[in-house]
Design a protein around this ligand. Structure first.
Ligand code: DGT
Ligand code: CA
Ligand code: CA
Ligand code: ZN
Length: 577
């Protein structure tokens, strides 16, 4: 099974490998093509079956690239890519996950030291062989060494953009299998964890064999990893998908158990023991009058529905995003679970880019896209120039002054409210990259760190949060899931300063960021801060990614009252002051 995501990933690998061999410009064309394949509204694989001309109709896909896409769809491989893989047989994907190691570095390290794997890289750095290479040095070498454990772990986990669509597709597929009476996602994907080791899916059926057979026949399954009775695993789109089938009477128990987290389940099991109950993946059992052994011993008091499992422990049902053993059981027992934010509660987006900086659409198109998505308002916040803005992406103050009347003109004709803003950079010393008098003219200022993203960032972010013109601290830690850990931040201190200065802290919904993360959101809200769920959209199709931010907000216990863009436009104006 091939799909557009696989094609896009191959084009990206092509770009990386070209870059590793020292080719210039071409890698950019391949990356752009990959992005456009990914965003293309119809199936590019289907187009490729019509021939190269059909594929070349996609923006940014020229004849050479379209021929390669067709080659892949027809033959299952691309000869030139195979040659590149032989030329530099290094594990590109794994090595480039080390912070500071790009494709070009992979090429250099292979040529000079024969580095092919993370183990090779670790050995070379430990032996002090990297510091002597041109353009490296002892500091670079020790940074590489430090980044290796993170890269090893990251290699094993999938982003939600890869895993969620697979999970939703498999759930829909299984729900249509006649033998299946009920089907739900479980595990970390159901809890909306920021990255997942695999996609867990659970089906209720009296005929486990039939369900496993249907599952291994799922058209998106590329390889069957294992298939047993009532249990199977496949790989689809690079993601591992684990299926378990249970009888309907035990579906709720299994769903509760396999949703986790482990810590949540341990805490619940202890609560069960306190009540003379036994809780496991088969149900809740009253063991007060039995001393018989066995998993299903005692009278079954719950198991068919998940809610019945919690009810048996005198608890209301707990939303999966909260099941991390961070106080949810105590809150549930006291009837104090938060009334969580929902997608429907989001009214607008306050961090959006246009083609004035590195977005792909005009101001008017981004505003129209926001209206079509259902928002009541949008803020245009293109990048200002400053540290971390490479390649002329950011606007200087004069250009921001030019853009301002254009935003106002679009606003005059728009169906929704439009805020004129900017995304300024927070420099390493905490200063903000745009002149104060210009910042004061804008409706909304997002300030974000884009460079020097290691070490403690608390003072730096606190300084930005205190700045009178700053309204939102964007993607505060600067982390990139599976790529870099980002700044260390004392969230409690930042949040209390932010609360005092009416500055909101962003939950950046971009699935590569999800920054702040759930635990930090919980801390920030406890300290009194307001948060805002923004997509940082660079095109209209990215508005829908807001759901990833909403679920991250829910992992942080956010209620609509905590969230700036759950307010109406007047509420936002009041906050902006
Ligand atoms: P992941 O896949 O690494 O992103 O994280 P999870 O939470 O999905 O973990 P996974 O797939 O190994 O297992 C799914 C759930 O099943 C997990 O959240 C809790 C439950 N579970 C699995 N193994 C155990 C276990 O040994 N003990 C307990 N208490 N629960 C387990
Ligand atoms: Ca899992
Ligand atoms: Ca699993
Ligand atoms: Zn941005």
């Amino acid at each position: 099974m091939t799909d557009d995501e696989t094609v896009a990933a191959l084009l990206e690998e092509f770009a990386d490998r070209l870059e590793a061999t020292g080719v210039e410009y071409k890698p950019r064309a391949y990356r752009r093509a990959a992005e456009n394949v990914r965003e293309y509204p119809e199936s590019v694989v289907d187009l490729a079956r019509e021939g190269p001309d059909a594929v070349a109709a996609i923006d940014g896909v020229g004849d050479a690239i379209s021929a390669k896409i067709v080659e892949y769809v027809q033959t299952g491989s691309i000869e030139e890519l195979e040659e590149l893989r032989e030329e530099i047989p290094a594990e590109m994907d794994a090595l480039t996950r080390v912070e500071g190691v790009g494709p070009k570095t992979v090429g250099t390290l292979y040529e000079a030291l024969g580095v092919q794997t993370l183990d090779d890289l670790e050995a070379a750095a430990t032996a002090g062989e990297i510091r002597d290479l041109d353009g490296f040095g002892a500091k670079t070498e020790s940074n590489i060494l430090e980044g290796i454990p993170f890269a090893r772990e990251a290699h094993e986990r999938s982003l939600l953009t890869e895993a969620r669509p697979r999970g939703e597709a498999v759930r829909e597929y299984l729900a249509g299998v006649p033998a299946v009476t009920e089907c739900e996602l479980a595990g970390s994907i159901r809890r909306w964890a920021p990255s997942v080791g695999d996609v867990d899916v659970l089906a209720a059926s009296e005929d486990g064999e039939a369900v496993v057979e249907a599952f291994t026949d799922w058209p998106e399954a590329e390889t069957v990893i294992e298939a047993g009775t009532g249990k199977a695993s496949v790989r689809a789109g690079g993601v591992r998908v684990d299926l378990r089938v249970v009888v309907p009477a035990e579906f709720g128990a299994a769903l509760q158990y396999f949703t986790g987290s482990k810590d949540h389940n341990v805490a619940l099991r202890n609560r069960a023991i306190d009540r003379d109950l036994k809780m496991n993946e088969y149900g809740v059992f009253d063991v007060s009058e039995t001393d018989s052994e066995g998993q299903r011993a005692g009278e079954r008091v719950a198991g068919e529905s998940e809610a019945s499992m919690y009810k048996a422990l005198d608890l209301p049902w707990i939303p999966p995003e909260l099941r991390e053993d961070r106080g949810e059981i105590t809150a549930a027992a006291a009837g104090e679970l938060p009334d969580l934010l929902s997608l429907a509660g989001i009214r607008g987006d306050l961090h959006v880019h246009t083609d004035w900086s590195d977005g792909t659409e005009s101001i008017a198109e981004m505003v129209r896209g926001a209206a079509e998505f259902g928002h009541d308002y949008v803020a245009i916040t293109d990048h200002a120039t400053g540290p971390g803005m490479v390649g002329g992406v950011g606007l200087d103050d004069a250009t921001i002054r030019e853009q301002l009347p254009e935003v106002r003109a679009v606003a005059d004709d728009a169906a929704i409210a439009v805020f004129a803003g900017v995304e300024a950079n927070i420099a390493a010393d905490g200063s903000v990259s745009v002149a104060d008098d210009l910042l004061a003219e804008l409706d909304l200022v997002v300030a974000s760190p884009h460079a020097a993203l290691d070490g403690d960032g608390t003072d730096r972010l606190v300084a930005a949060a205190q700045h009178p013109a700053v309204d939102v601290v964007g993607h505060p830690t600067g982390r990139r899931i599976n790529e870099r850990a980002g700044l260390d931040v004392d969230i409690e201190r930042l949040a209390s300063v932010a609360a005092d200065h009416d500055t909101a802290l962003e939950i950046n919904a971009d699935p590569r960021r999800l920054d702040l993360r759930g635990r930090a959101v919980q801390t920030a809200i406890d300290a009194g801060a307001t948060v805002v769920v923004n997509t940082d959209a660079h095109r209209s199709s990215a508005y829908e990614l807001v759901r990833y931010g909403v679920h991250t907000a829910r992992r942080g216990w956010a209620t609509p009252a905590d969230v700036l863009n759950a307010r109406d436009a007047d509420g936002v104006r009041a906050f902006l002051g």
